[in-house]
Design a protein around this ligand. Structure first.
Ligand code: NAI
Length: 420
């Protein structure tokens, strides 16, 4: 599978002469040329196996959809283990600069070494371009799943990415600064000793109006553009009134803004071109997702709740191996697989490439190349219908008493490409 539009890192970042950068316009919308330069980071662990599979499927889809009138020029950027090996740094400055210049990009999983110093590369990336909303559309494509009628699941989880526990301030139990914070609360704020005993730890989780509202606006625009009907604002607002409660109230204020007035309703049945915004408490949402997943189209929530909810939603359709994601800011976007590096199976050629491949389809939709994205969904559906897949998929079918043969990562990608 030789593609001459993939420019691997060879001692330096390549800049394809035939390609052009996507431009970010003043209103933060994109100007996409027919020959965009799109950077990709392979990722660690199974990254070098799933990234070529994704590139093959996306390239095939673009070729089928547009013949030679549109073409992506892929440029490999280094990060993680490969970057450390080649440059001595886990996140070279050049990678961040190139990602910003290119506006839209895609990455495989990056490992965070446990017990070693250094910030998580994913956190560096998220903050570098202020990707304040993480979007995980969860839908079922026919794979084995733990619930009956998994086709009922079709929900996009919008997780806030720049507030809450991503910005938490941690005071460890018994540390000197923790005692200072405690004394402040006990002596100056009238908090009881029972609430803050001497051996307690304290986590501060901030949540702010500006960050909440821009996230909610993004989710509402997406819901309206995609013809969705129900947007659930989720949090433990009844308990954490100053943070999650405020988030939920701010969301309803956004619904009143002129852009959304009449299009986002808060009671009654939504008509064509309208969405209904409802409030749901987190624990209730977790239960509802299992019992009645068809009731929700879009979930808008904070960082920590978004983490739980998106993993539960992913599990309903068979696990994170099947679910794509995008980190989106004001125009800038970085798409990525939702699972980790899976070091335990790396190098064996058995990793499921779907999460990254579907993230590639999401990228295509983001740049407006919807026809190519549709071909990918169709190819994946047909391949799975024929029970073709990597061992996690084929094994799932066998557990159901059905015959299915294990395919390698690349053979599965090829099967998808042949079925578009
Ligand atoms: P993991 O997702 O890498 O692995 C959990 C289990 O799922 C393993 O048994 C693995 O073999 C399996 N698995 C994961 N992806 C698979 C795929 N595509 N096909 C087949 N099986 C798959 O989670 P873990 O072990 O917690 O994390 C490993 C590393 O990945 C950590 O360093 C973590 O920080 C990093 N990570 C990175 C993420 C990112 O870059 N966005 C997201 C999550 C974890």
């Amino acid at each position: 599978m030789k593609w001459d539009n993939i420019f691997k890192w060879e001692g330096k970042v390549a800049l394809p002469k035939e390609g052009q950068f996507i431009k970010l316009k003043e209103d933060k919308s994109l100007e996409v040329p027919d020959n965009p330069i799109i950077p990709y980071i392979e990722g660690d662990g199974i990254g070098p196996e799933i990234a070529p599979a994704m590139l093959h499927v996306v390239n095939t889809a673009v070729e089928r959809a547009y013949a030679s009138s549109k073409r992506i020029f892929w440029v490999e950027l280094l990060a993680g283990d490969k970057a450390e090996e080649k440059t001595g740094e886990r996140m070279p400055k050049q990678t961040l600069e190139f990602l910003r210049e290119a506006v839209v990009s895609i990455k495989g999983p990056l490992g965070t070494p446990v017990g070693k110093g250094g910030k998580s590369l994913n956190a560096i990336l998220r903050q570098s371009m202020d990707f304040y909303s993480a979007i995980r559309p969860v839908y079922w494509l026919g794979q084995p799943s733990p619930i009956p009628n998994p086709g009922r699941v079709n929900v996009a989880v919008f997780r806030e990415n720049s507030d809450d526990v991503y910005m938490s301030i941690e005071y460890m139990p018994k540390a000197e600064d923790t005692q200072r914070v405690r004394r402040f609360f006990l002596e100056e704020m009238g908090v009881s000793e029972d609430a803050l005993p001497p051996d307690c730890g304290i986590t501060v989780k901030p949540m702010s109006e500006f960050k909440t509202k821009r996230h909610v606006r993004k989710a509402l625009r997406w819901a309206l553009e995609n013809g969705k009907k129900t947007v659930a604002i989720v949090g433990k607002g009844n308990i954490m009134k100053a943070t999650e409660g405020a988030f939920m109230n701010w969301a309803f204020e956004v619904a009143e803004e002129s852009e959304f007035k009449g299009r986002v309703i808060t009671k009654g049945e939504p008509l064509e071109g309208q969405v209904l915004m409802v409030k749901v408490i987190t624990d209730q949402m977790l239960m509802q997702l299992v019992l009645k997943p068809e009731a929700y189209d879009v979930i808008v929530t904070q960082n920590l709740n978004g983490d739980y909810i998106s993993d539960l939603a992913s599990a309903l359709v068979g696990g994170p191996g099947f679910v794509p994601s995008g980190n989106i800011g004001d125009g800038y976007a970085l798409f990525e697989s939702t699972h980790g590096t899976a070091y335990d199976i790396a190098g064996k050629g058995i990793a499921n490439p779907l999460s990254l491949t579907l993230s590639g389809a999401m990228l295509l939709e983001y740049i407006g190349w919807k026809e190519a994205a549709q071909l990918i969904y169709a190819g994946v559906k047909r391949a799975i219908e024929e029970r073709l897949g990597t061992p996690d998929i084929a094994g799932g079918f066998r557990k159901m008493g059905l015959h299915a043969k294990d395919l390698s990562t690349m053979d599965f990608a090829q099967a998808i490409a042949e079925r578009m």
